[in-house]
Design a protein around this ligand. Sequence first.
Ligand SMILES: C=CC1=C(C)c2cc3[nH]c(cc4nc(cc5[nH]c(cc1n2)c(C)c5CCC(=O)O)C(CCC(=O)O)=C4C)c(C)c3C=C
Ligand SMILES: [Fe+2]
Ligand SMILES: [Fe+2]
Length: 369
Amino acid sequence: MTFKKEPPYKHGTVGRTAVVLVNLGTPDAPTTSAVRRYLREFLSDRRVVEVPRAVWWFILNLIILPFRSSQSAKKYATIWTAEGSPLKVNTDAQAGKLIGALEDRGHQDLTVAMAMRYGSPSLPDVLDKLKADGHDRILVLPAYPQYSGTTTGSIYDAVFKHYGSVRNIPELRFVRNYHDDEGYIHALRDSVLAHWDQHGRPEKLVLSFHGVPKRTLMLGDPYHCECLKTARLLATALRLKPEQYIVTFQSRFGKAEWLQPYTAPTVAQLARDGVRRIDVLCPGFTSDCLETLEEISMEVRHDFEQNGGREFHYIPCLNDSRKWISALAEIAEHHMIGWPTQAGPSEHEARRKDAEVGRAAALARGAAD
Ligand SMILES: C=CC1=C(C)c2cc3[nH]c(cc4nc(cc5[nH]c(cc1n2)c(C)c5CCC(=O)O)C(CCC(=O)O)=C4C)c(C)c3C=C
Ligand SMILES: [Fe+2]
Ligand SMILES: [Fe+2]
């Protein structure tokens, strides 16, 4: 095992703190080749697809990549913006505002970076850069409120793997989930209420979460339970009766059973049952992306209208809304307790030197005893 080269350790080096906001990742362009590259990396992750590797290699390379890459590229093209993929644009904006919110809370000596689990900017590149810039405390903050082995677990894997080849590893902390965080729930509530103030209320609010294979629930993944808890807390915050909302799961991939009920057929059935207006919110996605802007706001909207539904409202994700950024700052702050993020570097140095003098004096006293 060889470790990456790093400069010799210098006495008195003052470490810095960084928060890394990590999202799933997205292709670099809405083209078949870029989507293929992205899907290859994403779908080769054994956290995402739990099929024996040799079997999966054939399915991925002979069936999925040749067909899905071009289909997905067409979908990405419908949501692409002048600045790039919405997922990256939104996550970037969140990171940019998070640093401001943390500074406002007194954390002046802090860096906030954004990274992607798949694609760019890659997590290893961002972690390398933070190390090169002198950060020795890293808080990993996944962009997923609900823990799933397929998402949060995979980010943990990538961080552990990265530091497996580093000699001088920073102090690491990880946010695991915030599905029941008060700030997160209130940010969701306020976003729904703002929509209703402007557009009136629906007959039913559909809370659509990204799905996962059902067997992961049976095998101990808490994701399903955390989604249901988020939904329950949000419904309570909105004072909704059980018949006024429904929880569904979207984006099923492959033939196996995923968490049910599935979003698209449920929405079609609601329309056939005579529900005239639904609003759809995707609380598990903190940034708008392909799965919300195309799958929900285009495909599922179409399904609802084709089946007789009259009014379909898509309520956008939290993105970089003020309330959400301030909740995110609070979540980060909570996980950095005890880390020196408030003083300027010169004060750090003074504190560290004081501590060193104190330790030396204590050692000298010990030697004299
Ligand atoms: C293959 C299985 C998949 C699992 C399991 C899965 C879980 C999962 N995904 C998200 C969040 C996002 N997924 C996104 C896109 C996406 N997801 C899958 C497959 C699985 N996801 C694929 C193949 C794709 C790519 C698009 C496509 O070809 O359909 C995205 C959007 C990315 C973007 O670029 O906009 C997000 C976000 C969660 C939260 C989750 C489990 C909890
Ligand atoms: Fe996904
Ligand atoms: Fe999808």
